[in-house]
Ligand binder design. Sequence first.
Ligand code: ADP
Length: 441
Amino acid sequence: MDKFNPDTELLERLSWLINLRWLALGGVVITIIFSHSVLRLNLPLFSLGLITAILGIYNLLFYLCLPRVTPETTSELYARASRSANWQIAADLIALATLIHFSGGIENPFIFYFIFHMIIASSLLSRRASFRQATFAVTLFFLVAFLEYYGILAHYGLGRFITNDQYQNAIYITGVAVVFTTTLYIAVYLATSITTRLRQRERILEETNELLKEKDRVKSEYVLRVTHDIKEHLAAIQGCLEPVIIGLAGELNPPQFDLIQRATLRTGKLTQFVKALLEITRIKLSQEFRMEYFPIKEAVDNALSFISLKAENKDIKITTHIDPQVDKIRGAKEYIQEVMVNLLANSVKYTPRHGRIELTIIDRGNEILLAVKDTGIGIPKEELSMIFEEFHRADNAKAVERDGTGLGLSLVKQIVEGHNGTVWVESEEGKGSAFFVTLPK
Ligand code: ADP
């Protein structure tokens, strides 16, 4: 789902929180071991170990109960995910408060780690819920501080780390309480302000993107209608020219024949252009291909048969290396074939006489890599990023081949990306080009 969706976003962050908790768990274990064996602090290891174990168990439970995205349950899912986030953060706050109680209470400098929980809360929850979690954290802090101060809860000192009993020092407690409380509330205020702004921006971007897509769709529909009309008129013109050129409308003198022949040639080229434009626009609009499993070798043979004559006429040698492991791929056979024809035809077109073209197909496990390399005119460096754009043609190509639509590579890109594949080019002007396509099997 590429659309911005708070439900999916929250779910992604929930699994991130669970992963983060595994890391934190590791951190807690290392800190306890370090404090015990290196700093030689006299800590209640059993209680600390027990809390750590509980932390691990509830993280596992939260992981197992992680709400999964299904198309039908989005709003209910969001409510569940948001409840889960609230419970998880509350559980973390309790775990941190108990860990702190068993390791020095408010004398423990890790007390300020509550800030991290506030930042996490702000990125997962609403502003109000985040402030509620901050209040809960402050309450836990006061509970630990006061219950230890009044001796209701035992105090587990940090030994030589903090020598004078600060947990009994009312002024110290008040000072820490003020700083702690304000820090948490300010952290939540700042973090929620930033996340709200970011979410708003993301939503605006998403909406703009949707709007652009819609405009593009309207434009494509318009192009489709117009090109369709043009194609029909062209077919009618061709229908009129053909009988004239073969003499059915009477004998033509040489200048007349020449003019009619040129008109037929131009109409043919225009028809080709219109067909390519129609095809691209259709793919853009539907983005759907009839997928089937087919042997890639078959598509290669068909593609080669389309261009071999043109290559022979220019004395261009085509060699193919097909990985013997390569077998079937899933895709729209006709379109994949069209990708190969376009790349090979370009190589033939832009390679001078006696040149070489190499078609390689490699099996890369879960994808196929197809490469078409030639010893042709190459592509100027500054043009490399633009040649896949519709109608774009490099100047050196125009000089070699006046007629060209500038649509072939754009069509290739549409087809390959419609198959979840990738296409790119490497080239050096004057030396040759290599086009690469990957297609998932
Ligand atoms: P066309 O070939 O009709 O111009 P394409 O969309 O197929 O349109 O290609 C776009 C541009 O990419 C070409 O005009 C040319 O500049 C460049 N190009 C494509 N293939 C090659 C190649 N094999 N060698 C050199 N340039 C190429």
